[in-house]
Design a binder for this molecule. Structure first.
Ligand code: GLU
Length: 427
């Protein structure tokens, strides 16, 4: 891990995460020949809120926290995107994440813009009561700009259905009415959708299966390495193993990485992590240095942790046929060309992890109609959306002879630009 961080710092010395997101934006705008007025309107976020607020801690004392909510675009519909609790959250990162949500929703063609929120905190050091107090205070701060037709939060790194339940309750109490559609990723008991919890991973595995078909690669026995063992990483491991008989050979989390060339049962890794708090020490595996997980010899690499981990230096050593980005922004732009030159087939984040927000959309539709679907129906509709988006991006990549990432950004940006042009400028 330490080595990876050192490489990251030296490789990306000058560019911030949002500036890196803008690189991809500019390439897509060039590809489309987008006029400079439209370009400058979409390039930057519409609205950014910074809130400093006091939270009552377990010792009865108040502590100050800083949180953000950025609405990048509402051209195609309400802003949509998760809330992240992490010590490294900053406005620049939230901006980047918000803009990726705009393009993610556009690439799978669901009627949303993009937004994101974050609070600078370390949830691993906070108890349940402190997390509830923090969430309710933050929800109150952002309640001025969120709402079922304005901006709809969801879980992201270190937030979960319980966090969403507190936000929904805080918002509903202030409004004096039941407002389930203000957040998605809620518990089933208060209007959550079946299939939402595993949706990011399921969508990711669906597009991996499509990519494998395209590359005439057999998923049965294909070796899979996964960086990050949270919601996206752990469930991707389980689904790719259970649905396609692929061989999970390595997984990692913040405390360590484990490896077994013969593969291991991801269910055991999930149980082990639930029991011990980490995948480290999983019986039947050997410990490997965390940074080597990205460069293991394998068929499928799934970065499912944080952004900026695949630097040009790491990309040089990537040994996978497919990189499926379950994380947001794991590959820095310079590393992208390295992967392209090496012939690695990259399933870009805005496509590969769009399953989560797609089922969030289904949840919101169910909340608005008050009619709830079966898990089979949710999964079938999710597959349909993911396969359609994959085909559109693949077709675009062939037509313009560009990478899957450029094609995905091109498809997404053209939809955002079209919506913006149709609406015009008010007043
Ligand atoms: N945080 C997830 C993402 O980055 C889900 C967002 C949502 O469901 O709104 O895509």
């Amino acid at each position: 891990m330490e080595n990876t961080q050192q490489l990251n710092q030296s490789d990306q010395a000058q560019l911030s995460t949002f500036e890196m997101a803008l690189r991809n934006f500019d390439m897509a705008a060039d590809l489309l020949g987008l006029d400079s007025e439209t370009r400058s309107q979409i390039r930057v976020p519409e609205r950014e809120l910074t809130a400093n607020f006091a939270v009552k801690m377990r010792d009865g004392k108040f502590r100050m926290f800083t949180g953000y909510r950025v609405q990048h675009s509402t051209a195609r519909g309400p802003a949509k995107g998760g809330i992240r609790y992490h010590p490294d959250v900053c406005l620049d990162e939230v901006r980047a994440l918000a803009s990726w949500m705009t393009y993610k929703c556009a690439v799978v063609d669901i009627p949303y813009g993009g937004g994101k929120g974050g609070v600078i905190c370390n949830p691993k050091e906070m108890n349940e009561l402190e997390l509830e107090n923090l969430t309710r205070r933050y929800a109150t701060e952002i309640s001025y700009i969120i709402g079922p037709t304005r901006d709809i939060p969801a879980p992201d790194v270190y937030t979960n259905p319980q966090t969403m339940a507190w936000i929904m309750d805080t918002y509903s109490m202030a409004k004096g009415e039941y407002c389930p559609a203000v957040v998605t990723g809620k518990p089933l008991s208060i209007g959550g959708s079946k299939g939402r919890n595993e949706a990011t991973a399921r969508g990711c595995v669906e597009v991996i299966a499509e990519a494998a078909k395209h590359l005439q690669m057999d998923l049965k026995g294909a070796r899979v390495a996964i960086q990050g063992f949270g919601n996206a990483g752990a469930i991707s491991a389980r689904l790719i193993h259970d649905l396609y008989d692929a061989k999970v050979i390595a997984v990692s989390d913040t405390r360590g990485a484990v490896f077994n060339e013969a593969g291991f049962d991801p269910h055991r890794a999930i149980e082990h992590k639930e029991r011990t708090g980490s995948v480290a020490g999983l019986p039947g595996t050997e410990a490997i240095p965390a940074e080597t997980i990205l460069t293991l010899d394998c068929e499928i690499l799934i970065p499912a942790a944080l952004e900026n981990v695949i630097t040009p230096c790491v990309a040089n050593s990537v040994n996978a046929r497919i990189v499926a980005e379950a994380a947001n922004g794991p590959t820095v732009p310079e590393a992208d060309s390295v992967l392209d030159q090496k012939g690695v087939f990259v399933l870009p984040d805005i496509l590969a992890n769009a399953g989560g927000v797609t089922v969030s959309y289904f949840e919101w539709v169910q909340n608005n109609s008050g009619f709830y679907w079966s898990e089979e129906e949710v999964n079938a509709r999710l597959k349909d959306v993911m396969v359609t988006a994959f085909e559109k991006v693949l077709l675009t990549s062939k037509k313009y002879k560009v990478s899957m990432r450029r094609a995905a950004w091109g498809v997404a940006l053209s939809r955002v630009a079209e919506a913006l042009k149709a609406r015009g400028i008010y007043p």
